[in-house]
Design a protein around this ligand. Structure first.
Ligand SMILES: [Fe+2]
Ligand SMILES: [Fe+2]
Length: 178
């Protein structure tokens, strides 16, 4: 049976719970197998670490796809978004290694992610193209477009919020540290 457009509150809550369980399991497994937790040491914007930023972009990209009733590959969207800023340094620190951060960090995130994970074409595209239009390469998949949009929205929110993503912080950050 196809998905109904309108669902009851109970159905929506159950779907959200199932999604969050899946999200938590993927996040935890990835953190065990990589340097994902290292991103917690670096500030992305304001009071948001790079890890929390990636968790938020991943979580809200999936939610947006659901809201818009877009057909999408959830696992790949979730993983690609979690790794989209896997560049593993503090971009606020002056360093010639990342002087052109805005232009180069997507490529560096992809190189780091390839070392730690076997990535699909779609996951690689999500990471490599998330800085469009600053990086001119066009996103190839709808999942890449979603991350591109949600990343900009989250970044703006993080700059202005004093205590961003309270719920996500409590629910998901401890899982990455387990
Ligand atoms: Fe980025
Ligand atoms: Fe980002």
């Amino acid at each position: 049976m196809g998905k109904r457009f309108f669902r009851s509150i109970e159905e929506r809550m159950a779907a959200r719970e199932a999604f969050e369980e899946k999200f938590a399991a993927v996040l935890q497994k990835m953190a065990e197998e990589s340097s994902l937790l290292k991103m917690e040491d670096f500030t992305q914007h304001g009071n948001t670490s790079t890890l929390l930023h990636c968790i938020a972009v991943s979580y809200f990209s999936c939610l947006l796809a659901e809201k818009l009733h877009i057909a999408y590959h959830r696992r790949e969207l979730l993983r690609g978004a979690l790794l989209h800023d896997y560049f593993l340094y503090d971009w606020h620190e002056k360093n010639k290694y990342h002087r052109w951060h805005g232009f180069t960090h997507a490529g560096r995130a992809l190189r780091n992610a390839r070392k730690d994970f076997r990535l699909s074409e779609r996951e690689q595209d999500i990471i490599a193209k998330h800085m469009f239009p600053l990086n001119l390469a066009l996103p190839r998949y709808r999942e890449s477009v979603l991350v591109c949009l949600v990343d900009k929205w989250c970044s703006t929110y993080e700059v202005f919020s004093r205590s961003p993503y309270e719920e996500l912080r409590v629910k998901f950050l401890p899982l990455a540290a387990m």
